[in-house]
Design a protein around this ligand. Structure first.
Ligand SMILES: [Cu+2]
Length: 147
């Protein structure tokens, strides 16, 4: 390895240091595309917690007036969504937000979410702090595993 590339490697290594130490990792972040004029959208993601117990407190994004954490609950044998105060992310766990379960509700969309586009969203954890992720918009028929 030349001196120059070693220096570049060192810089990359040092730059990646704080990221590698981050205790939560957020991946597979996507939202369902919405038709023009739709008031609401939903985003989904997976959180891996490599550290101690944490709590996802809230989320923010500029694409909507309000962003809420929601879960689905069975009430009188009907599935309903309900806002929740925070989502516990236990030490060492993987918590998935997916259709029919936990999701992030985008309320008062400023414009339609178009398939193929993306937007930033910030997740606020009690311990890990704010984590900004890029949300990929997928066609409504796309499942969590299609790309
Ligand atoms: Cu919801």
């Amino acid at each position: 390895m030349s001196r120059t590339s070693f220096a570049a490697f060192l810089v990359l290594f040092l730059a990646a240091g704080p990221l590698a130490a981050q205790e939560v990792s957020v991946h597979d972040v996507w939202a369902k595309a919405t038709p023009e004029g739709a008031p609401m959208g939903a985003a989904f993601l997976t959180v891996d917690n490599l550290g101690g117990d944490d709590l996802l407190r809230s989320a923010t994004s500029d694409v909507a007036e309000a962003v809420e954490l929601h879960s689905h609950v069975m009430e009188d044998s009907v599935m309903r969504m309900r806002q929740i105060e925070g989502v516990p992310i236990p030490a060492g766990s993987t918590v998935a937000f997916k259709p029919g379960g936990l999701h992030i509700m985008l309320i008062g969309l400023h414009s339609a979410l178009q398939a193929g586009s993306s937007f930033p969203m910030t997740l606020i954890f009690d311990k890990a702090g704010p984590v900004t992720v890029n949300v990929t918009v997928k066609a409504p028929t796309a499942g969590a595993h299609s790309n």
